[in-house]
Ligand binder design. Structure first.
Ligand code: F3S
Length: 290
């Protein structure tokens, strides 16, 4: 089992803020979009009274609203205030840093290039901080059709891979006179990936646990799959197929930043059951640290 599993700092902070809000008296409590990309946790918080809404227009005066770790654009903040809602801001500080750096580059006159997934909420929010046209790229291959000026500023969605940011920077440098890069990739994502990649080299089956809508879980899976084809993304223990475990002697488990410890424990429990059925003995468990 990878040591760096469970909620990352930003998700833990958002979860704590939301949970505390459910425990105090106040107006109806909402989160703007699912608080984190994990259906089990969203369901658990719903049971505590946190309801998911999709926009500020669903709020009334005196309601409380949690802004999730991806943050929201200045325009949405304004709309929340106009509705008279009490805002609980759980924007992750790493996401805030990316917002600040993008704004800074734009103010200093750079053509901003943003490495990220255009459809992801964090990228959409980042675009909300820009006054001019930011060019969003998914990876180095998008650069071939990209027309940029001579002064380019490069930032990244927090959950991208450093190696991809590096590749993009290497290609851009030959096209422009000036390239300013801010590494806005969050440390938690980078460390977790590093440990997972090491694990993919050492085991013969790797399970990556996390919501299907979690960008960092998908990226962990993709990266590990490049090393170990027997890498599978699962949301819960029921998805573990017996056939995967057949003839495997070392099984690795890692998880995305929004996967709670209890889901990981359930997965470990299920692996123990499956291995026990196969061999009539409990597997040994070790923790891989970076
Ligand atoms: Fe924040 Fe990084 Fe988590 S950006 S929400 S600490 S994955």
């Amino acid at each position: 089992m990878a040591e760096k599993t469970g909620f990352c700092f930003g998700v833990q902070r958002a979860y704590n803020l939301a949970l505390s809000a459910t425990e105090v008296k106040g107006g109806p409590l909402y989160s703007l979009g699912p608080l984190i990309h994990n259906p089990q946790v969203v369901g658990f918080l719903e049971g505590k009274g946190l309801r998911v809404i999709s926009g500020p227009n669903e709020l009334s005066e005196g309601d409380r609203v949690v802004v999730r770790s991806h943050g929201v654009s200045p325009k949405i903040f304004e709309q929340l205030k106009e509705r008279g809602a009490q805002i609980i801001d759980a924007t992750c500080p790493f996401v805030k840093k990316a917002q600040e750096k993008l704004t800074q580059l734009e103010k200093e006159g750079y053509q901003v290039v943003l490495l990220g997934d255009h459809a992801h909420a964090e990228v959409q929010t980042l675009l909300g901080y820009a006054k001019s046209k930011v060019k969003v790229i998914n990876g180095p291959s998008d650069l071939t059709s990209l027309h940029v000026g001579k002064r380019v500023g490069l930032v990244s969605q927090t959950t991208q891979r450093k190696i991809v940011l590096q590749e993009v920077a290497d290609l851009l440098i030959s096209e422009v006179d000036e390239l300013r890069i801010f590494n806005t990739i969050c440390d938690f994502t980078a460390k977790r990936l590093e440990v997972a990649l090491q694990m993919a080299k050492e085991v013969d089956l790797l399970l990556v646990v996390g919501g299907r809508n979690s960008a960092n879980t998908c990226r962990l899976t993709e990266a590990c799959h490049e090393i170990l084809p027997d890498t599978y993304h699962i949301e819960d223990p029921s998805e573990i197929h017996l056939a995967w475990v057949k003839n495997k002697s070392q099984i690795g488990v890692t998880a995305g930043a929004s996967t709670p410890e209890w889901v990981i424990s359930e997965v470990l429990g299920r692996i123990q059951e499956v291995v026990f059925e196969r061999e009539k003995r409990k597997p040994a468990m070790v923790f891989l640290t970076s």
